[in-house]
Design a protein around this ligand. Structure first.
Ligand code: CO
Ligand code: CO
Ligand code: CO
Length: 326
């Protein structure tokens, strides 16, 4: 849903509070966190959407990787999962089998298990997963803890929305289609493990609100300003070309409207690069804040382990704008 509409609807809903609630929905965070003992807190999240690729099995992989990402973004470890299915009555059961097979495989890769689910008849196919994980209550990584001088990293290239829109309009090669599918199906597990090791102060994953939307939530929630280095942003091949060709996903416009007056464009940047900033991502990368003193070792270990993460910005003391793009 458009962020503006959702924010308005949620404003009128009473907020929950409980002594053991660590992260609730008043935090616009990736998952809820609830303490059940001194060393264990539950991390819970749910995510589902209509198919973004034609292949049902690959759709299952992507939907699961996307849902799991919210657990990783909190520094958690996924344990159990529940399937959520909306399925049209006129489609063969084999399609559902393939979707669920993909989902189960990805959940297993994450070291978790599917323990059930719920399905309904639906005019439009939808699939997703609710996941429960655990985290040390002292080590929860929220999206509001960023500190001045933290360095900001992004673990997947941008442009997923542009390319999936291109796929729907037959403007993308088969090779590129498979590349973006693999990227969306990739777990954020390995960079998440490293961010925990190097004392990340804050993190989130880049999904529907795009890079700027999610960085804004992190900066605003942390009461800091984040400077983004536009020339360091990792981009998928042809992302700019597809922006130029008008393959802009529907959500991008709503993202741009929501972000109006919330960022400062300090330098003029390429128009199509600007489109990428608002591009909604499906199963995008983690956005990670690492304290300055650990940044070098974090980068070294990323390199040694061949884990993708680009240094794209830094956290600064709060200024008039929560985001400054240079
Ligand atoms: Co998220
Ligand atoms: Co989510
Ligand atoms: Co039921």
């Amino acid at each position: 849903m458009a962020p503006k509409f959702l924010a308005e609807a949620l404003r009128k809903v009473p907020q929950t509070s409980h002594p053991d609630l660590i992260v609730g929905f008043n935090h616009a965070d990736d998952a809820g966190v609830y303490k059940i003992s001194d060393d264990i807190a539950l991390v819970q999240t749910v995510d589902f959407f209509p198919p973004i690729v034609d292949d049902p099995y690959q759709f299952g992989l992507i939907a699961a990787a996307n849902a799991l990402s919210d657990i990783y973004a909190m520094g958690g470890k996924p344990l159990t999962a529940l399937n959520i299915v909306g399925f049209p009555a006129n489609l063969p059961a084999s399609i559902l089998t393939d979707i669920l097979r993909g989902g189960a495989e990805k959940v297993e890769e994450a070291g978790a298990i599917i323990i059930g689910g719920h399905s309904i008849n639906d005019r439009e196919l939808k699939y997703g997963i609710a996941i429960t994980g655990i985290v040390d209550p002292e080590k929860v990584i929220t999206n509001v803890g960023a500190q001045a001088d933290d360095q900001l990293y992004l673990t997947k290239p941008l442009g997923i929305g542009l390319i999936t829109t291109g796929i729907k309009r037959n403007a993308v090669s088969e090779e590129q289609t498979q590349m973006v599918i693999n990227l969306m199906a990739e777990l954020n597990r390995r960079p998440a493990e490293l961010m925990v090791k190097y004392h990340a102060t804050a993190a989130t994953d880049v999904t529907g609100y795009g890079l700027l939307g999610h960085t804004f939530e992190l900066a605003d929630g942390s009461q800091k300003t984040i400077r983004i280095f536009s020339d360091r942003l990792p981009l998928l091949p042809d992302a700019l070309k597809l922006a130029e060709a008008g393959m802009i996903p529907g959500g991008a416009l709503a993202n741009r409207q929501f972000m109006e007056n919330r960022y400062l464009m300090a330098n003029k940047i390429d128009n199509y690069l600007e489109d990428v900033l608002f591009d909604p991502q499906t199963s995008g990368g983690l956005l990670i804040c690492i304290p300055q003193k650990y940044a070098e070792s974090f980068e070294r270990e990323l390199k040694d382990k061949d884990i993708f993460a680009k240094h794209i910005g830094q956290v600064e003391a709060q200024e008039a704008y929560p985001l400054i793009i240079v």
